[in-house]
Design a protein around this ligand. Structure first.
Ligand SMILES: [Zn+2]
Length: 356
């Protein structure tokens, strides 16, 4: 098995970059918080959308496919959203992020155009999307040369580094938020096996996650963590948490064509008793922090920040996507808003760097 350690990252010098054509964003049911003029003549104090300043590249392998993949991140125009582009196909295929684009949630979040399972896909998007959320990136074009994003070091830290080395640019358009207006909860299974995830109204974005692994190695770590994006500590407290896997599951996963690129270079590997990585854990509670990292990325398939409190017990990619679809199924659950006066936005949303 060939593994590129942490990928090869190549920040590219700023250059003239073609911006894609502007595409419409979601309809605005409430255009502003009522403090400004709104419309297309933006006042200077509005909370702006972000993209990156210049293109940047990385090379690595897909966690599940084991395939080598080149990744190029490009600036995008206001309201373009985040768009994956399969440039390895004879005719490049664009895959815009949206909750409906999620077509597979086994072990990773996979997108296809409109969620069509027969269409070209992009797999394992959650760590890059988590980094975009952490840095407040609304618009981005992501060119890839294979079906799966590179796993790099198994966390979002490499993507944060890439995005920050490209530089973060403010755009002349108001940042759109989905504000949750009432609680929405989804669950799976009953009794002791029950898992759930929910969103409650909140002026900001915070997460509370609990895992429940009856395992000697995980029992020694914190299995519950709360994180508030307004703390400004995404990069320090969450982004470095790696994905994890159990040796007993590896054979089964590989028989299903999964985890072919997984190794101790890009995952925490746990046997029946202990963590096998010689360097140990990056955080005492790295497992639950990675679940928060994933949840942040899974929520960012909306392409916009949530104003909500997320909480979950043993949730994963499938339940996280089910939660977003439940929100979107009823328009009275949410509204789209912008902030004409950024000082009225929740704490942490306005700081450019370090973001959140
Ligand atoms: Zn993950």
């Amino acid at each position: 098995m060939c593994i590129l350690r942490a990928g090869l990252m190549v920040p590219v010098r700023p250059s003239a970059v073609e911006l894609p054509e502007r595409v419409p964003g979601p309809p605005m049911t409430a255009f502003s918080d009522g403090s400004g003029t709104g419309g297309t003549s933006y006042n200077l104090g509005m909370l702006q959308q972000r993209t990156i300043k210049s293109l940047t590249r990385a090379v690595g392998v897909g966690m599940h496919s084991g395939q080598r993949v080149e990744l190029t991140l490009r600036p995008a125009a206001p309201d373009a959203g985040i768009m994956f582009r399969r440039i390895d196909l004879p005719v490049p295929v664009d895959i815009p992020v949206s909750a409906q684009a999620v077509c597979d949630t086994r072990m990773a979040s996979t997108l296809s155009p409109g969620g069509d399972p027969g269409a070209p896909k992009v797999q394992t998007v959650e760590h890059l999307l988590s980094a975009c959320a952490g840095l407040g990136i609304d618009n981005l074009v992501v060119d890839i040369t294979a079906e799966e994003l590179p796993i790099l070091d198994g966390s979002a830290a490499s993507f944060v580094f890439l995005l920050q080395s490209a530089g973060i640019a403010l755009l002349d358009a108001p940042k759109r938020f989905m504000r949750i207006k009432r609680a929405v909860e989804v669950d799976e299974a009953k009794g002791a096996a029950r898992k759930w995830a929910r969103l409650d109204p909140f002026h900001g974005f915070k997460l509370s996650f609990e895992i429940d692994f009856k395992h000697p190695a995980l029992d020694q770590t914190g299995q519950r963590f709360e994180f508030d994006m307004s703390s400004g500590r995404y990069k320090h407290d969450i982004a470095r948490a790696r994905t994890f896997g159990f040796t007993k599951d590896v054979e089964l996963m590989r028989s299903r064509g999964l985890s072919r690129g997984g190794s101790m270079d890009n995952a925490i590997v746990v046997d029946d008793y202990k963590v096998l990585n010689t360097e140990g854990l990056r955080y005492d509670d790295e497992f639950v922090k990675h679940k928060i990292l994933d949840a942040i990325g899974d929520m960012w398939v909306l392409g916009h920040p949530l104003l909500a409190a997320y909480s979950a017990f043993k949730s994963g990619h499938a339940l996280n996507n089910k939660l977003l679809r439940a929100v979107l199924a009823d328009q009275t659950n949410y509204e789209w808003i912008t902030f004409d006066d950024e000082t009225r936005a929740p704490a942490g949303f306005t700081a450019l760097a370090p973001a959140w």
